[in-house]
Design a protein around this ligand. Structure first.
Ligand code: ADP
Ligand code: MG
Length: 616
């Protein structure tokens, strides 16, 4: 474009060159994005100044997808808490079938939902949330996300981690690393600076409770033990308040009223986090003279047994980690529900210790993720090398369906380890290798990751063949298993992608489909591009005007260009792509005469022996 050719190549960074590394807390209930700005972590807010994006994905029959919107609508298929399903198979839910918003399609490997005329996996549904966060962030920061760190619960196995990565790939995000949520919390509090520290992270969210005990040792965060209850959280507090109101007034409630009361209960709970009482008035639901005051003490009594449950789980996890109460250096509170004062008080009384809770417990995980992203990107002045550990042991199935561990959990990666195996029967010429992950002894209690066969073993007596199995995990956490028959030297190897993740070709297919369908994405992208272009044009015209505008233009011409520039600025505000593009064209047109004069003037200056470099 003509205008660009005369622009001042000064040091100013064009807006499109802004690049970011972000941290994402992909929560069961809410998701957040944080980024390091001017050296400190910032949680991004939407237009309504909200930091929390509800992790809700809704599908309309016509294919429209509504993301991060709380409201309930009858004709939509609404997925809440999709994180509960990610990386799981149908078998995982045989005993405990969770609430499903639509039909479930049985499949051995991966859960599938029938969403109107489409079949969708939790990976695709989660990717909608990530895509939304990506677009929101790029628009908000007016730049491009180069990479991200996404947090996952410490207990997530490889299949769940791989599925989370797949969801990110599908959304167009490059994952620098997945980070354990409790580790992120420890990073947010800067605990890595302490050389050795034992930390308990108490995370009470909307529908889940997680406790982890970490051992921070010279930049390595080991998870000593984890535990929790995947169906205990702040939503249960809300349900108990509803129950309390219904019983108090002996109400007859249908579904609609129950939903309304549930939202009301949330309001009551939030209010009681900051105040000592709340006046419950059912007049607004059509009940006359049903009004009373609930105090914080009353609310504490209502939730007391649930809070007690969480403390008992803490006791168990602490004992699993072989630590005692006195060994703990820090206790970190994470999750929106730890804003309930009674929760914080109870934890502090139980451990007889002050908790770390000065960072907003909703934000702490996202903040830690953004710090990690910056460290990985080399942006943050910190010589911290945060090493990843594998969360669960990796091994193979041996005779009798017993697991033999090859790489124990908490090994720092990259890591490799090998073991030799032999044949079970005389003349056995093949061996089937079943790679599993987990801490249990029996294969069926662990997660199956992959199966492959080592063939062409020379027939020998049982116990004389030698097959060397080597497990290698690279820095990205991808496991490669190779088997070498030692007499022939023949090697069979396999890159183990957990079978509950998606193959590259499946992801490619989905990506294509999402491009084809994502009209809205494209519109957004085009708008962003037009804004970037507009800002670039404004930048170059401003810097040119500053140098020789007054010299080369008369005041009428000067004003005309400024007017066209102001008009373009105004159009950027309106966020209409077509208006922006025509305003760019207009600015270019009124600047034409200026451009040609600048060229002439530059040529003249060169002819006079002035080096053009001086104008840069
Ligand atoms: P998750 O990690 O599961 O996505 P969050 O950490 O975002 O969940 O926590 C969400 C829960 O925190 C909800 O149950 C919400 O009602 C509760 N919560 C958030 N803020 C407050 C508050 N100020 N007082 C009480 N509960 C709160
Ligand atoms: Mg959370």
């Amino acid at each position: 474009m003509a205008l660009l050719q005369i622009s001042e190549p000064g040091k100013t960074q064009a807006p499109h060159e802004k690049k970011f590394f972000i941290g994402i807390d992909l929560g069961t209930t809410n998701s957040l994005v944080a980024v390091i700005q001017n050296g400190s972590p910032t949680v991004l807010t939407d237009k309504g100044n909200k930091e929390l994006f509800p992790s809700v994905v809704q599908y309309k029959e016509d294919g429209t997808v509504i993301i991060c919107n709380e409201s309930n609508q009858e004709d939509l298929i609404t997925f809440r808490s999709i994180k509960r399903f990610i990386g799981k198979n149908t078998k995982d839910f045989q005993k405990n079938k969770p609430y499903l918003p639509c039909k479930f399609i049985p499949d051995e490997n991966i859960i599938k939902f029938e969403v109107f005329d489409k079949v969708l996996t939790p990976i695709e549904i989660s990717s909608e949330i990530l895509k939304y966060l990506k677009n929101f962030t790029e628009e908000k920061l007016n730049g491009e996300i180069i990479g991200c760190v996404i947090t996952v619960p410490a207990y997530f196995d490889d299949a769940q981690r791989q599925a989370t990565k797949d969801a990110a790939n599908l959304s167009g995000l490059k994952v620098l690393r997945l980070l354990n949520e409790p580790t992120a919390a420890a990073l947010a509090y800067g605990l890595e600076a302490k050389k050795v520290s034992k930390v308990l992270v108490y995370d009470l969210g909307g529908g889940t409770f997680d406790v982890s005990v970490l051992d921070l040792n010279d930049g390595v965060f080991k998870v000593l033990a984890t535990g929790g209850n995947s169906s205990l959280g702040g939503d249960d507090f809300d349900n108990l308040i509803v129950k309390y109101i219904v019983e108090k007034f002996d109400l007859n409630v249908d579904n609609e009223l129950r939903n309304k009361l549930y939202l009301y209960a949330k309001e009551i709970k939030y209010h009681l986090s900051d105040n000592n009482e709340f006046t419950i008035d059912l007049n607004k639901f059509g009940f006359k003279e049903k009004k009373f005051i609930i105090t914080r003490e009353e609310f504490n009594r209502i939730i007391e047994s649930l809070v007690q449950d969480t403390l008992q789980i803490c006791r168990k996890v602490l004992s699993d980690s072989k630590l005692s109460f006195q060994d703990l250096d820090e206790i970190i509170l994470v999750g929106g529900s730890t804003r309930v004062p009674f929760v914080k008080e109870s934890v502090e009384i139980f451990f007889n210790k002050q908790t770390l809770s000065n960072i907003n417990p909703d934000n702490v995980v996202a903040i830690g993720a953004s710090i990690q992203a910056s460290i990985l990107a080399g942006d943050l002045d910190e010589d911290l090398l945060l090493l990843d550990v594998i969360p669960l042991s990796l091994g193979i199935e041996t005779m009798g369906e017993i697991v033999e561990i090859i790489i124990p959990r908490n090994s720092t990666i990259p890591v490799s380890s090998s073991k030799e195996y032999t044949t079970f029967k005389d003349g056995q010429t093949s061996m089937s290798i079943h790679v599993v992950q987990g801490e249990r002894d029996i294969v069926s209690d662990c997660r199956s990751l992959a199966k492959f066969v080592v063939k062409d073993i020379p027939p020998m007596l049982a116990g004389s063949a030698r097959v060397k199995l080597e497990f290698q995990i690279d820095a990205d956490g991808i496991l490669n298993v190779s088997a070498t028959e030692t007499t022939t030297g023949k090697t069979t190897s396999i890159e183990v992608k957990p079978s509950y993740g998606l193959s590259d070709s499946q992801i490619e297919k989905m990506l294509k489909a999402s491009f084809e369908n994502a009209e809205e994405d494209i519109t957004n992208r085009l708008l962003r591009e037009s804004i970037v272009e507009a800002e670039r044009v404004i930048l170059s015209i401003n810097s040119a005007l500053k140098i020789d505008g007054k010299e080369l233009l008369d005041s009428r011409e000067f004003d005309e260009i400024c007017k066209a520039r102001d008009n373009l600025e105004q159009k950027i505000e309106q966020r209409e792509k077509d208006l922006i593009i025509s305003a760019i064209k207009n600015l270019e047109k009124v600047s034409e005469i200026y451009i040609s004069r600048r060229m002439n003037s530059n040529i003249q200056k060169i002819m006079k022996g002035t080096d053009i470099e001086e104008f840069k």
